[in-house]
Design a protein around this ligand. Structure first.
Ligand code: SPQ
Length: 429
């Protein structure tokens, strides 16, 4: 694990960068490409460690996946063509790979075992295992099926009607991927809408899915057809530069081709509400996901309150929103975000601990945090704790903190944004 020393930025952030492909959509492009018939070609695929884990797992299931001229070519042979893997599937740090593939493989005619890194071994699986077992799945795992290593004996499944007890796109997607192989209807009801990339992609690949305001109905989809997929830039990655440009004086950055799916744009709503200067150019709706260029200029922020349906729309951006709140006038309150406790780290604890080390006025609550600003941050030794989003949030903090900030375990950022430092360098020249 590598450490890095960073000093306060003496210049501003200027210029434009193309934001790397969306992590959630990249995973799903490999999943659907692998179970569809015919070739799927994926452009702007995110080559971060998590998405490479998904490719690795599907290769072990017998799918031919190649990189040709920066594009991913998947030779799908249909949903019944996956093969029993001879090895344990190691998902690394990727919760999305683990949860979505568990749903898919519960209905396949073979046995699979999943494992992952130390963080994955702590992440809860019961949320996925419970509805899959209601469908007839046979799953065993550590701690009564709640933790990896987890073992799935594929079997015939039946559809269920499931009211989501938590807001989770991974749970929803696991049920959908089981549901398209199950007998009868599978209906999922969500109180708060979570990211809908699985639904959009299933539809585009020809799956049997009907969506109403808060319910999703899927039926057996024995034939999906390979597609060309353009993956928009990841708004969760763009978020770090949106906040950096807002906080570093005299900045103006253009972030190209950022995904604007409304289930993901909570970060923009909150930053605009706090007073950030954001504008849009070139709005596209390519195939099935919208995207746009985003221009962000520096500006002063005021505090905000976050709760309810906006939380799933920005759940992965809360670490960087917390940093923005340390520079906003007033007290920002984040509630209803207990899901942060079961991410790559307990993100309530890691955000609060690390920002406190930099001098922030921030306290943890049972379901979020309270941050009062503005505070001049001061460099110190901090730690990503192996969490990519905490690592990048701390880099942005170092741009405005007095003196030197040392960040331990910085290589965690390779999980979702391997070019992060290259892009930062491009904007600081
Ligand atoms: O894949 P992983 O490790 O779970 O990644 C994270 C992240 O910060 O990149 C969460 F830690 O994103 C999840 C996100 O929080 C990706 C995701 C998806 O692609 O479906 C959905 C969200 O998780 P959840 O648990 O709310 O369904």
């Amino acid at each position: 694990m590598t450490d890095i020393n960073l000093v306060k930025l003496s210049s501003n952030l200027k210029g434009e960068i193309t934001i790397p492909g969306d992590k959630s959509i990249s995973h799903r492009s490999i999943i659907f490409g692998s179970i569809a018939e015919g070739q799927t070609i994926v452009e702007n695929f995110l080559t971060g460690e998590d998405c490479l884990s998904t490719i690795y797992c599907f290769k072990l299931l017998g799918v031919k996946i190649d990189v040709v001229d920066d594009k991913i070519h998947i030779n799908g042979k249909g949903i019944s063509s996956l093969l029993e893997p001879h090895e344990v599937l190691d998902v690394g740090n990727s919760g999305t790979t683990l949860r979505l593939m568990s749903g898919l493989l519960s209905a396949q005619n073979f046995h699979t075992v999943f494992t992952g890194d130390d963080s994955i071994k702590k992440r809860p699986m019961k949320r996925v295992v419970t509805p899959l077992k209601m469908m007839g799945a046979r799953i065993l795992g550590r701690n009564n099926g709640d933790n990896t290593p987890i073992s799935i004996e594929g079997t015939e499944l039946s559809g269920i009607r499931y009211e989501m007890p938590i807001a989770s796109a991974q749970v929803k997607s696991a049920i959908i991927l089981a549901g398209i192989q199950a007998n009868g209807n599978t209906e999922i009801l969500e109180e708060y809408k979570t990211r809908d990339h699985t639904e959009r992609m299933l539809k585009a690949f020809g799956g049997n899915i009907t969506i109403t305001e808060n319910s999703i109905l899927v039926k057996k989809s024995s034939k999906l057809v390979g597609q060309s997929v353009y993956v928009p830039g990841d708004i969760s990655s763009a978020a770090f530069f949106m906040v950096a440009a807002t906080l570093v004086k005299d900045s103006r950055v253009k972030l190209l081709k950022v995904g604007m799916n409304p289930t993901r744009t909570g970060i923009i709503d909150v930053l605009e509400n706090m007073g950030a200067k954001i504008s849009y150019e070139n709005v596209f709706e390519e195939a099935f996901e919208p995207f746009s260029d985003i221009v962000v200029e520096s500006g002063n922020l005021i505090a905000s309150e976050l709760d309810g349906s906006i939380i799933p729309r920005l759940i992965d951006e809360i670490p960087i929103i917390a940093l923005a709140a340390t520079q906003a006038i007033g007290t920002t309150i984040i509630k209803g975000a207990e899901e942060l406790k079961v991410k790559e780290t307990n993100r309530i604890d890691t955000v609060v601990t690390q920002l406190k080390l930099l001098g922030a006025n921030i306290e943890a609550t049972s379901d979020g945090m309270v941050i009062t600003g503005p505070t001049q941050l001061k460099g110190n030794v901090v730690d990503s704790n192996g969490d990519h989003r905490i690592g990048m949030m701390l880099v942005v903090a170092s741009l405005i903190a007095e003196g030197t900030t040392t960040i331990k375990n910085i290589d965690a950022i390779n999980v979702s944004y391997p070019n992060f430092f290259k892009h930062l360098e491009k904007l600081t020249h």
